[in-house]
Unconditional design. Structure first.
Lengths: 392, 392
DNA sequence: ATGAAAGCGCTAACAT
DNA sequence: ATGTTAGCGCTTTCAT
């Protein structure tokens, strides 16, 4: 069962040449007689040889492996980015290794980050890193080429990212144009700085429209669906509830939608909801989610390109690459109800519904795997709504 | 910027001891004076030392890294499994490296699989491997410990998996009990053998009920949402269309639901849909998807445990570990319409709808990112349906 | 309790 | 075109 591993030596002996010749033959380097090369390759194939990556790396030669470091493989955006990076890396005939460091913190210096750093790959892509400043500083000191993706906090490391603030402002303006005046915002966690940027866009759009930012309309979430549900529930059941909710990401927007329904409100007639990221589910949900899309493919391509530059040693001059995001209009946003803070007249001939402020108190969302035991009926919603989807 | 990497030597010099002492101090092995150990560790921490994994591996010592090989990081089930494995691995204080080998085929012997094999990790978990028999055989010959997860085709490698056939039969019987007689099945791709197993359960349940298997009711998909849409569209627009559709996984079930709606049919009143896997989205969709759940945590724990056994050298006797899956009843299945193959009378007072066979021909599903440009209204669906969710 | 030597599989640099 | 030497960072083995 456990054959002795096939090494260059094995092949060299069998082929009657030196190890070096085998190495050259297999790597297409130096000059090797065509015949020798063929022979060596044949034997290698026959023996099922595969090079020992570790040994390669020890020699400091390139391994053609790019590492990705993530903290959360369950996150839809992160997976989208990984997918896009996959494609970009594959184009370059390189390999991709993903390193999942959920929950890693400073107290584990020899684990987590450290491992990949020196050992495994030519360079490292940090996707939405929930990384401590200490760790970030360690990275900066090390030689391993690193590029951060969608990171917004201050750092000297190279960063490639999609637009946040401007697009969030555009999303907010979209709601304003629909007549919404009380617009709630659900923040995400603070690690990457993206939530702050998005919130900044939200606030500046409001100010631009002469509307004061009401702290009561800003609820804290953590980018998870459940937190979106809870934050939205709080917003919707408070006095003077918002008629629109802007969640800092799509997953929280989904949670917010759940909350809207749990409150007995209709989406989008009573409450508009808008997300951020445009994960695939956003288009598939009913009604489809209006959200902000980042050009993930472009971001990923650029990130890989930047990383390669650094691996090649040409310390790319450009330390910040940014791609604008765009608003994607779908069906979760609609005109604000006639009077935001009173029970509005139903705009279409549908069953009468409670709406606006002081909605039905929703039950706390069930844990982890939510099986909606008793689905709150959402009858007659979205009766005949149509809108051409597309860019803003 | 590019500091010389911190090695044992660096630390040894600074501490005024030999490299070996440093190694021992850092690894808690052999005997080292408490004072020396403390000193060495302090210096290591100060310098931000992290061990060079490659060098460790070259010495054949364990690295405490477990590798995962997947072919598709976009797949929701795979991500669920990865998540569960993450947890299991973390419990053991080990690290996890994910290797994405999308599209790897036999023609790339030195790439893909080969890389991880000898170099990077102590053992390898193959999740839903879309792997060729050749590659599988290569693995068997190599020494690297390997465990397959959710693989159903013949192999001598150890396998840990969740039940398919029995649970699929249970799902089918559920539909039969609801009065469905014409039940469509959408297959997945054949790589892992799971689709075949599920289909087998479907067929045996039908036969058990004295119903002949109609090949026209079996449509080919590839586990992707889009293929589910297309397969379901074909089924629903054919003569003598099914009143229920069982998709070999949840993502195809979602596609099937899209198709049901695109046909102007109601779900579940006109057509019941049932999936397999119970990915998180299944519970969040409206109406929530009836599906089959595999005990992913148990599977992952067992897989990691088996792998560790093999890494430790004690070639676990048990080559097959299997966990039963269970039916999860939600809201996408309902009693069959009164007469399956005629236009049924609407069961509730809703807008008149075409239903049953010869439904509206749906448009082909839009590519990749589906933005439903013109959402087919699905008014009044699921008017006041309630059912306690839970296990069968 | 500590150190010195050897070597893991590979490749860059220098022979031949 | 091919071979030889040396050494990457670490640990195992055998001293001390």
């Amino acid at each position: 069962m456990k054959n002795p591993p096939v090494t260059l030596i094995t092949i060299a002996e069998k082929a009657g040449v030196s190890v070096m010749t085998v190495s050259r033959a297999l790597n297409d380097e130096g000059s090797v007689a065509a015949k020798t090369r063929a022979k060596v390759r044949a034997i290698a194939a026959e023996l099922g040889y595969s090079p020992n990556l570790s040994a390669k790396m020890m020699k400091g030669s390139r391994t053609n492996v790019i590492g990705i470091l993530v903290n959360d493989l369950q996150s839809a955006v992160i997976n989208e980015i990984i997918g896009a990076v996959s494609v970009a890396v594959r184009k370059l005939e390189m390999d991709l290794v993903i390193y999942n460091s959920i929950g890693d913190t400073d107290n584990a210096p020899s684990r987590g980050l450290g491992h990949m750093l020196q050992g495994l790959c030519d360079g490292l892509l940090l996707i939405l890193p929930r990384i401590s400043d200490t760790q970030l500083r360690q990275l900066e000191q090390r030689g391993l080429p690193v590029v951060l993706v969608n990171y917004w906090r201050p750092t000297d490391l190279p960063v490639v990212r999609g637009g946040n603030s401007d697009a969030a402002a555009a999303a907010t303006r979209h709601l304003l144009q629909l007549g919404h005046r009380r617009i709630g915002f659900i923040t995400g966690s603070a690690f990457t700085g993206q939530s702050q940027e998005r919130q900044h866009g939200y606030e500046s759009a409001l100010r631009g429209a002469g509307i004061e930012v009401d702290p009561k309309l800003i609820a804290a979430g953590d980018f998870g669906r459940r937190s979106g549900y809870e934050a939205a529930s709080a917003l919707l059941t408070a006095e003077n509830a918002p008629t629109a909710i802007f969640a800092a990401n799509d997953e929280m927007a989904f949670g917010a939608i759940d909350a809207v329904r749990a409150c007995g409100l209709r989406m989008p007639q009573d409450v508009s909801v808008i997300g951020f990221d445009d994960i695939p589910a956003a288009a598939h949900v009913h009604p489809a989610l209006t959200t902000v899309r980042q050009p993930l493919a472009a971001i990923s391509d650029a990130a890989v390109r930047e990383l390669l530059l650094r691996i090649a040693g040409s310390g790319g001059e450009q330390q910040r690459v940014e791609f604008p995001s765009e608003l994607v209009l779908r069906d979760s946003t609609a005109r604000a109800p006639a009077r935001a803070d009173a029970a509005p007249a139903p705009k279409r001939a549908t069953a009468p519904r409670r709406t606006g402020a002081a909605a039905v108190k929703p039950a706390p969302m069930k844990a982890a795997t939510v099986k909606p035991a008793t689905v709150k009926p959402v009858a007659g919603a979205a009766a005949s709504r149509k809108r051409p989807a597309g860019k803003a």
